[in-house]
Every structure is written in C-alpha cells, then in structure tokens.
Design a protein around this ligand. Structure first.
Ligand code: ZN
Length: 338
C-alpha cells in the first residue's frame, strides 16, 4: 500500500513536470519564435538594403556648410557641361577644395629637391567674389565672397609688409628658366570674371598697387553678374592686371574628350586675343579639374603653365601644368601663412 502511494506520488510529480515543460515550450513557440523570426527577417532586409545601391544611394550625408553645398552643386553643374556648350554658356559657381592653411612662408627660396625639380616657395592666393558682405548675403554668395573691406585690408597688408605681387607669367618664366624671383613674391588670382572684379577688386588693386591675375571663362563675359568685355578690355590695358585662359564655358576639363577640350581652350584663347589683344600662355583649370589628356592638349596648344586648386605654396617645374593655390577667405592673411 505504501509502495503504491509512492508510485502515485511519483506519477503526480511527473505530470506536474510535464505540464511545466509543455508550458515553457509553448511560451517559446508563441512568444520568442515570432520575435526571433521578425528579427531574422529584419537583419536580412537591412543587409540587403546596405548591399543594394538603389537603397544605399538614398543615404546621403547632408551638407553642414555652404562650401560643401557649393561643392555638391559643382558636381551637378559639371555633369551638365558634359554635352557640347550652347551658344551662350550657363553661368556657374565654382566649387572649392576645403580651406587649407599653408605653413608659414617667407622669401621665395629656390629649392634643389631632386624629386620635384626646380622649386620656388610662392603663395598663389585665389579668390572669387569681392564685394560687401551685405551684398554677398543678398545675392546668396557669401560662401564664394570675401568682403571688400576685408579684401582691402588683405591687399594693404601685402603692400605694407614687403610682398611683391607678380603675374602668373613671371612665376612660370622663373620656373622654366630656373631663375629666382623678388623676395616675398606672391600671386593674387581672381577667378571667373565676376563683375565685382571691376566694381570692388580693381579699385583696391589700384589703391594698393597690387598686381592681380584674372582667370577668365570667356563665354560667360557679358552675362548677368559677369564683367563686360569693355570692362575687361579696360583692365587688361593696366599693367597691374594679367589675364589667363579659364576655358570658354567654365568647363571641367577632365570630363571631356580631346576635341571638346581643344574647343574649350582654343575658343577662349581666340576670344581673349580678339578682345584683349594679348596672348597668354597660362591656363587655370575650372573646378581645379584636370587629367593627363587636358595637360597634353594644353601643351599641344602651346601653354607653358597651369594653375590647379591643389593646396600648397611650393611651386615646382616638375608640376608646372598643375601649380598649387591657396584659397583665401575672410581671415587676415597671416592666417594663411603670410
Ligand atoms: Zn572658375
């Protein structure tokens, strides 16, 4: 009888154990598995989204500043120019490389660095718009502008601190002939031929006796917000002003075939000769964009030197077709190493 009671008790215990086991299994089946399944499918879906370029291309880093925006706009504008230009090219903004602070420079000293050939340490400052900040703000051009009063201070700083402002041709000739330049030589370059070059920058150049280089996309001259040919002609007669070819339509040269690149360069060259009456053998790449093809075409057309937007102040004959420049903003020039 005792034994039987023990067996019944054992069976009861077993039944309770089975119930608990079944409850646990059912709970897992009903609750945990669906959650895992959802998770499983979620992982598969998100992984495939990462691999799928159509999905991932929507993940675009937002622009946090206007330079970034200008850069992205530039990319879009560049792709527009891949087709042949219309009779009158579309004005465009120029994207920038990020602000660069060069190391301090003093006298341009010839360097005998074997790997770079003959070098001179010459800052080449580059600007776009020069106009009052309030006007730049109204026109949405603050990212591309240096305030005209600030610019006046910067030019006054060059004049009163013993800098020699020189033409692009003088730098290129010195590199080609391996000769030195005046102490503290520096280039001031103004890109794209905006009308504020005549209204604001030119009077400041004259006031401070600054030699300046204008990089001109000839097809844009005469357009809204750009210089007129008569303004450019007037400035070109001033020994303070030197003009270089910056293509016809502000074309991104690395995007074109040889015929297109030739057309852009030679059309601008012909228009400059026609209006300015001078032949410059100096070129400046729109968007800082160049490749081997564009360098070869420039050489075929007789160009001796060209400016990029690569940062740096050391100019060497080994890369005379891609000389370096320093983008200047609204800080004092001492900020840029001068
Ligand atoms: Zn430009």
């Amino acid at each position: 009888m005792k034994k039987r009671k023990k067996i019944i008790k054992k069976e009861k215990n077993n039944t309770t154990g089975h119930r608990i086991f079944l409850t646990v299994v059912l709970t897992i089946a009903v609750v945990v598995l669906p959650v895992s399944a959802i998770e499983f499918f979620y992982v598969i879906l998100t992984n495939s989204a990462k691999k799928n370029p159509r999905v991932s291309s929507k993940i675009i880093q937002p622009c946090l500043d206007k330079d970034c925006f200008a850069s992205k706009s530039g990319e879009l504008l560049t792709s527009k120019f891949l087709s042949l230009p219309s009779f009158f090219p579309h004005p465009s903004e120029t994207p920038f490389s990020p602000l660069f602070v060069p190391s301090p420079t003093s006298t341009p000293v010839s360097s005998s660095q074997a790997s770079y050939g003959y070098c001179l340490n010459v800052p080449v400052l580059f600007y776009h718009h020069v106009q009052p900040y309030s006007l730049a703000k109204t026109k949405g051009q603050t990212a591309l502008s240096v305030d005209s009063d600030t610019f006046d201070n910067q030019m006054e700083y060059l004049a009163s601190n013993g800098y020699s402002t020189i033409t692009a041709e003088k730098l290129i000739t010195a590199l080609l002939t391996k000769t030195s330049l005046p102490p503290k030589s520096v280039l001031v370059t103004l890109d794209d031929g905006y009308k504020d070059a005549y209204e604001y920058a030119y009077p400041i150049f004259k006031k401070n006796n600054i030699v300046a280089n204008l990089m001109i996309p000839t097809g844009l001259i005469g357009g809204a917000d750009y210089l007129s040919w008569s303004q450019l002609e007037e400035m070109s007669k001033d020994p303070l002003i030197y003009i270089t070819n910056h293509t016809w339509s502000h074309y991104s040269l690395s995007g074109g075939n040889a015929a297109k690149v030739h057309t852009e360069i030679e059309t601008a060259q012909a228009q400059l000769e026609q209006h300015v009456g001078k032949r410059s053998m100096v070129f400046t790449y729109p968007y800082g964009s160049f490749n081997d093809l564009s360098i070869n075409v420039l050489k075929e057309d007789g160009y001796l030197g060209a400016f990029s937007t690569l940062p740096g102040t050391l100019q060497c004959d080994s890369y005379i077709m891609a000389l370096h420049r320093t983008r200047v903003g609204n800080s004092p020039l001492s900020y840029y190493g001068l």
